[in-house]
Design a protein around this ligand. Structure first.
Ligand code: FES
Length: 137
């Protein structure tokens, strides 16, 4: 949730400028790996599914609040919560519960937009720019 800064004359600014922010370098994340990140006051996980898809998602499970980056695992295209085994697809949809019951839309997770940039040689400095995974805020 974006916080606002109240200024004089009823004018508000967001806490963070609107734009793309780096969460990780592409080299940091391997298939089935989960990274924990704090960004703009929010705890996120960034993970790579078995097909290589990269996802950024809120870190705290909507079921009972377990942190997906502490004991969570990747199974196929889903991230599995370590507490009760709920599974979330790359869009944050809860596709399976650990109880075998029908998932509720209330347990769907928030995901963050991602883009990957860089990976090109800079002609001026003659150095290689790493590929960066960024999200929009
Ligand atoms: S807290 Fe995540 S499945 Fe229960």
């Amino acid at each position: 949730m974006m916080k606002k800064i109240q200024l004089k004359h009823n004018y508000t600014l967001p806490d963070f400028s609107v734009g793309w922010y780096v969460l990780a370098t592409l080299d940091e994340i391997k298939v089935r790996q989960i990274l924990s990140r704090t960004f703009a006051g929010e705890d996120l996980v960034v993970f790579k599914t078995e097909s290589g898809r990269i996802v950024a998602m809120d870190a705290y499970c909507k079921h009972m609040g377990s942190h997906l980056g502490h004991g969570g695992k990747i199974e196929g295209e889903t991230i599995v919560c370590p507490f009760h085994g709920f599974c979330f697809d790359p869009k944050g949809k809860c596709v399976k519960t650990g109880y075998g019951s029908k998932p509720s839309p209330r347990t769907n997770m928030n995901t963050w937009p991602l883009k990957i940039t860089g990976g090109k040689k800079n002609q001026d400095s003659n150095c290689y720019c790493e590929q960066l995974i960024s999200t929009f805020y």
